[in-house]
Design a protein. Structure first.
Lengths: 382, 270
């Protein structure tokens, strides 16, 4: 029997991905619909000598993973809407201090306590702008368990590559539904390990001086280089500075290291996109309905396709403009009031041909919901 | 090693006001570390926000200057992920017990091996003199122009009730005593709290007409007494100094977690 084939929840697929990527520290706080991630890791992490801690609140969980990352560990926390709001200040700290870490947000209905056990994709913009001040962020998403696994591994890889927090924007449907996952063999997906400094003991180490390729080799707390980590603007030693040149250059660095690599970071899938006249742009569980609809329309000879986004931040503007250049209309399928739709409008050449097919009532958007709008756009009546 | 070898001299002069008690805490802390013969590489100092929190930048340890109130949560992550490190967490009274109060009681409850140093000057100094949860009733502050009506916390009682296995109190006037208490706290396996009464002549002293730094330290001398001393017996209104709890038998969190790992590993292999 092959133990690599599992029939599990999306939250479990996320845990499998994290373990594959080499997670060895998790801090969390119970919150629906992400709790299974914490429950599973409380059992699985100590089996491999890793650490799990249930903290006193969401804020503390975010802080604890940052502390653990600094000792050289791969770290993650998982939460949902209200918890994601609480984590925002420490998330900004991780952006500023450039600490690799992964934050899972299994989205539920909001604002506030909202609709805890039902699906939503309302935290897309919060993932980018939830914390104050200019910064950039990487956010990945997935519509099926194989991709939940792959994106989770990717999140750890990107966090290490860019020394940044990476957000996994899943949603309640993906998190809780059950489907097949085939866990890849060890080595099938390459892993990015912590880039540690080669500066020897006694030689001045600059923790915040980027190499030519923009990467900053780290030194673990407890190792031979002692340095300062702070949320204040800081110089190359990590010491606070309000020198205008230092402030300007650091802000550019933390934004540019991600935004200038949007092409490398962008992840997406094409479904029936060849020659598509009507393109649906979707992500997460809503993409499943879009793909279903495209398949059935294609079977009837209609040129309908789906561009499935797997990375939302940095926003893949160029990709969207290019892929949608020949489309008669673009329909953004999402479960919010048009958070990605606005960015798509800004990206394409004909924003007036961008439409929103959404559902915001806690129920998964269905292929029929989308079809109703598609028929109107196609001029085939209501 | 000389005291200066524990400092990052590149970052001096420090930013504390003349007469601030925090420099004396830094002095006592370094002397305690020196007396224990600890390697600078095995110490991580984590701090939050405020005048007190800036201490972490001045010491030549691994230093983590974090966000307001959360130093103990960051420290918990560092400690649990690498238990061989010594964690020192200096905090101001607002940092530790207002915005950070939840983390404070829960770190104490877990009895994780971290040394929390509450530098209690009874005021928010960095933001210009607003009252703190330790100001007590009847004090003047920029946000209490008609005097405070909020009762204060007793750090010692709070720490004891929350489960800290080492709890002590001293003042910056008693700097030598502070060295000894900090030594004991750092050596202690478990969550240790040392409250050090400090002075903020710039904001608290001036507003409350308590005089200059010397007078405020004189006040620390006159209003406190050692546990078990005749002075305290004669005048129970004095603030007791010394060690209130020293319980090395309480299970330490990281050690308890190691047992979880042992069990989990055995179960997964069977």
């Amino acid at each position: 029997m092959n133990n690599n084939i599992k029939f599990i929840q999306g939250n479990e697929a996320c845990v499998e991905g994290a373990l594959y990527a080499g997670i060895n520290f998790f801090a969390g706080y119970p919150i629906t619909p992400s709790t299974e991630v914490a429950e599973l890791l409380s059992s699985r992490l100590p089996e491999k000598g890793g650490k799990f801690i249930q903290m006193e609140d969401e804020i503390a969980s975010m802080c604890a993973i940052i502390g653990a990352s600094l000792t050289g560990h791969k770290v993650m926390t998982a939460t949902s809407g209200p918890g994601f709001s609480l984590k925002q200040e420490a998330l900004g700290y991780a952006c500023m201090a450039e600490i690799p870490c992964v934050i899972v947000n299994v989205q539920r209905g909001g604002p506030s306590t909202g609709n805890p056990t039902h699906v939503s994709q309302g935290d897309v913009n919060q993932a980018k702008w939830g914390t104050h001040g200019d910064h950039s962020i990487i956010a990945l998403t997935a519509s099926n368990h194989q991709d939940v696994f792959a994106m989770t591994v990717d999140a750890f890889n990107l966090a290490e590559t860019y020394r940044t927090p990476v957000i996994l924007l899943f949603d309640e449907v993906v998190g809780h539904m059950r489907e097949k996952l085939v866990v890849p063999e060890k080595g099938d997906i390459p892993l990015v390990e912590r880039l540690r400094t080669s500066v020897r003991k006694g030689v001045d180490y600059h923790p915040y001086l980027p190499r030519e390729d923009g990467r900053l080799p780290m030194s673990d707390f407890g190792a031979e280089h002692r340095y300062n980590v702070t949320g204040l603007f800081h110089d190359m030693w990590g010491f606070p500075s309000n020198n205008p040149k230092v402030v300007r250059e650091l802000l550019h660095h933390i934004v540019d290291k991600i935004d200038n690599n949007v092409h490398t970071i962008t992840r997406y899938k094409e479904h029936y996109l060849e020659g598509a006249e009507y393109i649906m742009i979707s992500y997460g569980s809503s993409a499943r309905s879009a793909i279903h609809l495209a398949r059935s329309r294609r079977a009837r000879g209609e040129k309908v396709g789906v561009l499935e986004l797997q990375s939302i931040w940095p926003f893949p503007e160029t990709l969207i403009r290019e892929k949608c250049a020949g489309a008669r209309a673009v329909i953004v399928v999402e479960m919010n009031m048009g958070q990605v739709m606005r960015h798509v409008k800004a990206a394409v050449d004909k924003p007036e041909r961008v439409f929103l097919a959404n559902r915001i009532d806690g129920k998964l958007i269905t292929p029929t919901n989308i079809k109703t709008l598609l028929r109107v756009i196609q001029g085939r009546g209501v | 090693m000389a005291i200066k070898d524990y400092l990052r001299q590149r970052y001096f002069p420090h930013m504390w006001c003349p007469g601030c008690g925090h420099g004396i805490v830094l002095n006592s802390l370094i002397r305690a570390v020196e007396a224990l013969g600890l390697d600078k590489n095995e110490i991580v100092m984590t701090s939050g926000i405020g005048c007190s929190a800036r201490i972490s930048g001045y010491v030549d340890f691994h230093s983590l200057h974090t966000i307001h109130g959360r130093a103990l949560a960051f420290a918990t992550g560092v400690k649990l992920s690498k238990p061989e490190l010594k964690l020192l967490v200096p905090m101001g009274d607002g940092d530790a017990l207002a915005i950070g109060g939840n983390h404070f009681i829960h770190a104490a409850r877990r009895n994780i091996d971290i040394t929390a140093i509450v530098m209690n000057n009874r005021i928010y100094g960095m933001t210009g003199g607003q009252f703190s949860p330790l100001s007590g009733v009847g004090k003047k502050a920029t946000t209490a122009p008609y005097t405070t009506i909020d009762s204060g916390f007793d750090v010692v009682k709070l720490s004891m009730a929350a489960g800290a296995s080492f709890v002590a109190r001293t003042t910056v006037y008693h700097a030598i005593e502070a060295v000894d208490l900090l030594k004991r706290a750092i050596e202690h396996k478990g969550f240790s709290v040392v409250e050090i009464l400090s002075q903020c002549p710039t904001h608290y002293g001036r507003k409350n007409k308590e005089g200059d730094a010397a007078m405020m330290m004189e006040f620390q001398k006159n209003t406190t007494a050692k546990i078990g001393s005749k002075a305290l017996e004669k005048d129970p209104t004095l603030i007791p100094r010394g060690i209130f709890v020293d319980n090395p038998e309480t299970p330490e969190y990281c050690e308890s977690y190691d047992k979880i790992i042992e069990t989990a590993m055995k179960r997964s292999q069977s």
